[in-house]
Design a binder for this molecule. Sequence first.
Ligand code: ATP
Length: 219
Amino acid sequence: MLSARHLTCIRGDRPLFEGVGFSLSAGQWAHVRGGNGVGKTSLLRILAGLSPAAEGEILWGGEPIGSEAFRRELMYLGHQPAVKEDLSALENLQLAAGLDGDVLEVADAERALRRFGLAGREDLPVRFLSAGQKRRVLLARTLTRKAKLWILDEPFTALDVNAVQMLAGIVRDHLAAGGMAVLTSHQEIPLEAAVVVDLSLHGAQPVARPVAQMQAVQA
Ligand SMILES: Nc1ncnc2c1ncn2[C@@H]1O[C@H](COP(=O)(O)OP(=O)(O)OP(=O)(O)O)[C@@H](O)[C@H]1O
C-alpha cells in the first residue's frame, strides 16, 4: 500500500500545497489534478522520493520510502521524453533496463514496442520518430520494467486518440494484476480513478518572510 500523509511542498520561497494525503491499495490509481503550476510535478517527484517534502511522510508497505525495495518496485516517468536520440527504440529500452541492473531480451523489448504500436520502428534512431512515437518509446518501459507502482507525469501528452485508449488499457491491465498508479493529466483519462487529488484545493499560505526581505521584494 502507498500512503501519503500531510504533505507540504515549498519551492524556492513559495509554498505550493499543504495537507495533501491519500492512500492507494493494490489495483487502485490516483489522478493528481490542478491547473498549471499548482505543483503536480512537484508532488509526483516527492512521491517518487526524488525530492523531499517540507512536511509529511510517505509510506510504502508501512515503511518510509527511500529503501532499495521501494526503488525496485517504482516506475517513475517524468513529463519530458527522456530518451537518447541517437539510439533506437529498442536500444533505449535496453539501456534503461541496464541502468536498473537488468538485462532485457530483444524479444521482450520488441513485444513492448509492438504493444505501443511501434512495430517496424524498433531499430530507427529515436531522432527520426515523431513526438508521440518518442513518448510511446518512453512508455514502453512500463512493460519492460516489472514495477508495482507507476508514477507517470503527463503520460498522455502528445498521444493520439488511439494511443490514449491503448495506454489506458495498459494501465487497466496493470491495476488488474494488483499494481498501483499515480498519474497526472490535463485531459480526461478513460479510467475511473479510485482517488482524485485536486491540488487546487490544497493551496498553501504564503511563507512568512523577515520584514527586511519583504521590503527588498517590494522595492
Ligand atoms: N526547484 C524549484 N525552485 C523554485 N520553484 C520551483 C522549483 N520547482 C518547481 N518550482 C515552481 O513550482 C511551481 C509548480 O511547479 P510544478 O512543475 O510542480 O507544477 P505543475 O502543476 O506540474 O504544472 P504544469 O501543469 O504546468 O506542468 C511552478 O511555479 C514552478 O516554477
